[in-house]
Design a protein around this ligand. Structure first.
Ligand SMILES: *Cc1c(COP(=O)(O)O)cnc(C)c1O
Length: 406
């Protein structure tokens, strides 16, 4: 990271008072990733203090080692991993972390390595074939926590996870029964889809869990409500996270297993969306279209392919007083699909050479970047200002005293 700071001509010790405007003054030619450790730390502490169970971080949302360390330092001890590369990465970065392999379709070699080399004991599955694989790959280990993934509706979520994974109602009885015979601890998990816009997504899924438990008549040791906790984006402002936690708590308490079972969650997006943003430059303006130096193959995959909208803010000094107007963006590659429809609202006098910040890219945005066509961000700078939007309000002085040193 320090190398990158020098590339910008900034001091290697980044003061926590550096802001996007300061970076823009250096005139960076490539997009610059701005990271806010204090925002990730605040999100983690919020989950740890308020979620009525264990919060484990879904690594795929943003696997940056710096972020993993911040979450660990903030109290997140469990990590939801989905590939052997994620297992190795988290084990290397956080040797004391507990890893849970929550992808329901795994290579047998990956299960073997995770179990024998990295001490992974928790696995998810949604079929008897996968159960057999786990038994073979761990040589019939007797210390497994096995979570049966149920298929649940994604109707309240912006991104569906309903068709690919999960046992259907007709399959769960047999699968729970057989898994119970093999597992030291039996769990039930689900995923309501990403960016769930209402807590009812979870209470509805918990009804599926209840039906499955009653039907199979098994004791269950873990109820894992998965990810899906929202962040805030233009046009997608969710209710407070506390409402989700209360709804989940109530639904959990009413399950027949609540007296003995643990409650888990796997937040990805909600823990890291506020962690990073990107500073881009306008290379050309054509009417309401801005040609910028990052795009669909950079941090803006979701903006291009699923019309996700992100907050934007012009970083010009002195401030523009022009009225806001809607823009769409073209990314830097030669591909027509490198287009983000938005609308993104910026001052009407925005022009080539201006810099602006695109916020809330810490989840999935940075994780899905490519270097296609030779474009992309290779500089990362730690900034101390607030993310454009936050679901985690806290007194400013508390925030400042918790700025994490990398
Ligand atoms: C992607 C994923 C998550 C995280 O989902 P978010 O919507 O980012 O919270 C959690 N669990 C599993 C199994 C996933 O695939």
């Amino acid at each position: 990271m320090h190398k990158h700071h020098r590339a910008l001509g900034l001091a290697t010790t980044i003061s926590t008072t550096v802001t996007g405007v300061d970076i823009a003054k250096h005139g960076p030619v490539q997009p610059v990733t701005l990271v806010r450790p204090h925002a990730a730390s605040r999100a983690a502490r919020f989950f740890i203090e308020k979620f009525p169970g264990r919060s484990m971080y879904a690594v795929k949302a943003n696997p940056s080692p710096e972020l993993l360390q911040i979450l660990w330092d903030s109290g997140i001890t469990h990590y939801d991993v989905a590939s052997i590369a994620e297992v190795r990465l988290v084990a290397r970065t956080l040797p004391e972390a507990t890893l849970c392999f929550m992808h329901p379709v795994k290579a047998e070699e990956a299960i073997h390595e995770a179990y024998f080399t990295y001490g992974v004991r928790t696995f998810s599955l949604d079929s008897t074939e996968e159960l057999d694989k786990i038994v073979r790959a761990t040589r019939a280990a007797e210390d497994l926590t096995l979570c049966v993934r149920l298929r649940v509706s994604s109707e309240h979520s912006k991104l569906s996870l309903a068709s690919k994974f999960g046992a259907a109602p007709g399959e769960t009885k047999e699968l729970l029964f057989r898994t119970r015979q093999v597992a030291d601890a039996l769990g039930i998990c689900f995923h309501v889809g990403s960016q769930a816009m209402t807590p009812e997504a979870y209470s509805n899924a918990m009804e599926r869990v209840r039906a499955a438990i009653v039907d199979a008549a098994v004791t269950v040791d873990v109820i894992d409500v998965g990810g899906g906790f929202p962040s805030s984006y233009p046009g997608m402002e969710p209710p407070p996270l506390e409402h989700y936690f209360e709804t989940i708590h109530r639904a959990f308490e009413s399950l027949p297993v609540s007296y003995s079972a643990e409650l888990w969650a796997e937040p990805g997006r909600a823990l890291c969306a506020e962690y990073s943003s990107i500073l881009v430059r306008v290379e050309k303006r054509r009417g309401e279209e801005l040609y910028i130096n990052d795009g669909a193959y950079g941090a803006l995959f979701d903006a291009a392919h699923i019309d996700w909208r992100f907050p934007v803010e012009l970083l010009r000094e002195p401030d523009s007083h022009a009225k806001l107007m809607p823009f769409s963006f073209y990314g830097p590659t030669c591909d027509d699909m490198d287009y983000m429809a938005g609308p993104f609202y910026l001052p009407a006098d925005t022009k080539a050479g201006d810099y602006f910040e695109i916020g809330m890219l810490g989840a999935y945005g940075s994780a899905m970047r490519t270097a296609f066509n030779g474009f992309g961000s290779d500089e990362t700078v730690i900034v101390g200002d607030e993310p454009m939007v936050s679901l985690y309000d806290e007194a400013p002085e508390t925030v400042a005293s918790n700025v994490v040193k990398l």
